[in-house]
Design a protein around this ligand. Structure first.
Ligand SMILES: [Zn+2]
Length: 569
């Protein structure tokens, strides 16, 4: 691509980052000037100069909104952070609308073909999808949607439990899912799901409002249901609901039988009749392999593991830890979950997680560092739309990192590394049907926007029977009545995103197979893929790494066969 790499502000530590809240009036004026320039642009040079100015504006806004969102998640009880994130939520749709205007001008330009040669044609395909997903007439609905999502985030973040003489939030309670004593796991599950059971009316009402708001947006934009809009909001340019449906069917035929064998083997290993929900995270009678319990030793293990994988990864891990670009420890009021965000004006990624001392911490760290490495590798992309790929391609970088780290897991788990590998592979396979269930559920929900909350719980039971036939909830009331999905944050906050994890996993598993046969080649394909950022759509990126699109028939079959061999099933 001939366009020059982006110029970045210098920063090597989190504390170097400063953001100024944008002044809405000034921002509106800047966009008005851009629109005037679009109307006057006559030459390719005019258009490219305009593009640079607009792109820089977008990077600054995105840096501020990412920083504001991060601050809120770091302490959901801080009133000033909450107020700032509310202002960001309100400004966001205005900016989306203004961006859409500029995108329309670029799409309609007589010099579009010349610009495509400079900027790549993919960005134009993205914009074509984007501009149909937003119109200023839905601004109030978008703000309402963000506020409802934040209400859900805060409701879960502020949940508090007394368990085993400790005060715990939901993230901290999660560690008991790996406790070697089955009765403790069972009791922790009861405490957790009693909370969801008590909150069920509120969680139902929140979701009902979200579905209503999203359906209203879709109708306003001329779509029959939210499904098509949901896909467009994720900028899916190279597949649609029919491809996803075929792919989910393949998960049922190729992966569900292997997942069932995995759970039967797990029951044998644990010496129990059936794997109940609270046993699902345990694959070894002696308990799960434990990472270092001391935080500093955990970080050191991570630095050593990355350095042993590849010097470039080692330098990156040192840069991230020395620069304080990680917030990994539990705190009261901190939002749950893990994610990687970025500050594009500086070209810096940031990793957020909630370590609770469980095996899962290692997954989360490797996963988010995979995102961060991609973000850092492609930080000078001249087009900000290319900094991150679409979500399913993003998750390839994170999930592949989990598998590429296999040879170095001894740094975290010592002699238990092999146990971790088998557990990681087993849980990855079992995840594919779960991800498909979450996706199928959302299709049912948005195709029938007038369903009652009770009917939605019925939809969940329906998809569970298809994708998760091994699931056993015992007598936990909330779950017996179809309430499991309410803990899946993406269902509330990022509709239709979840299947992306499975598409990425189906790709990462191919890279894992490659790494078993030729580690160097697999790692090389990975780092090249990271450098490409988001300059192409999902399936093009996958094929450029020498892998197959998960939509191609047979991909899941081949992966399941190799996984079955490694697991001895
Ligand atoms: Zn991820």
């Amino acid at each position: 691509m001939p366009a020059a790499p982006a110029a970045l502000l210098p920063a090597s530590r989190f504390s170097d980052i400063t953001v100024d809240e944008p002044d809405l009036a000034a921002l509106l004026e800047a966009y008005a000037n851009l629109q005037t320039s679009c109307a006057r642009a006559a030459t390719l040079a005019d258009w490219l100069a305009l593009f640079s100015a607009w792109d820089a504006l977008r990077r600054r806004f995105s840096t501020w909104s990412a920083f504001t969102e991060l601050r809120f998640r770091q302490d959901t009880r801080n009133a000033a952070y909450k107020a700032a994130v509310d202002r960001s939520n309100e400004m966001q749709p205005k900016i989306t609308g203004l961006d859409a205007e500029i995108k329309r001008a670029f799409l309609a330009s007589a010099l579009r073909k010349d610009m495509e040669r400079e900027l790549g044609d993919y960005v134009f395909a993205r914009w074509e999808t984007d501009v149909t997903a937003y119109d200023p007439s839905i601004e109030a609905l978008v703000v309402r949607e963000s506020n409802l999502v934040d209400e859900y985030t805060a409701l879960l973040a502020q949940a508090n439990f007394e368990f085993q003489n400790e005060r715990l939030n939901l993230s901290a309670l999660g560690k008991f899912g790996e406790h070697p004593d089955r009765s403790v796991r069972r009791a922790a599950a009861q405490v957790k799901w009693d909370f969801y059971g008590q909150q069920r009316p509120r969680l139902d009402a929140l979701y009902d409002r979200l579905v209503g708001v999203r359906h209203a947006m879709a109708q306003q934009l001329g779509f029959a249901t939210f499904v098509e809009l949901g896909y467009r909001r994720l900028t899916r340019t190279d597949y649609g609901p029919a491809d996803i449906q075929r792919y989910r069917n393949e998960i049922v035929s190729e992966i569900v039988p292997l997942a069932e064998r995995i759970h039967r083997a797990q029951a044998r290993e644990l010496g129990i009749d059936e794997v109940m929900l609270w046993d699902e995270q345990i694959y070894d009678r002696a308990g799960s392999p434990k990472p270092p319990d001391d935080f500093d030793r955990m970080l050191m293990a991570a630095r050593n593991a990355f350095a042993a994988m590849h010097p470039e990864l080692g330098r990156f891990a040192t840069f991230m830890t020395d620069g304080n670009m990680l917030d990994l420890q539990l705190r009261d009021g901190k939002a749950g979950g893990g994610f990687c965000t970025s500050f594009p004006t500086y070209g810096l990624p940031y990793v957020f997680a909630n370590f609770n001392g469980s095996t899962h911490d290692v997954n989360v760290l490797l996963h988010e560092m995979g995102h961060a490495f991609q973000c850092y590798s492609s930080r000078t992309m001249p087009v900000s739309d290319y900094l991150w790929p679409t979500a399913e391609a993003c998750e390839i970088h994170s999930m592949s990192m989990e598998f590429l780290a296999w040879p170095q897991l001894g740094h975290f788990f010592g002699s238990d590394a092999q146990g971790y590998r088998l557990q990681h592979l087993s849980s990855s396979i079992a995840f594919l049907p779960y991800g498909a269930a979450v996706d199928h559920f959302q299709h049912l929900v948005y195709e029938r926007p007038n369903a009652t909350p009770g009917e939605r719980h019925g939809f969940w039971k329906q998809v569970e029977a298809l994708y998760l036939p091994w699931r056993r909830y015992g007598d936990i009331e909330h779950l017996r009545h179809g309430g499991y999905w309410q803990q899946q944050q993406h269902i509330y906050s990022l509709p239709f995103y979840y299947i992306d994890y499975t598409l990425a996993l189906a790709t990462a598993l191919q890279l894992w197979v490659k790494s078993l046969d030729d580690y160097g080649a697999a790692l090389g394909a990975y780092t090249s893929l990271c450098k490409r950022g988001g300059e192409a759509p999902f399936q093009t990126l996958v094929r450029s790494a020498g892998l197959k699109s998960p939509f191609e028939p047979g991909v899941l079959h081949a992966v399941a066969e190799r996984a079955g061999e490694v697991l001895g099933l």
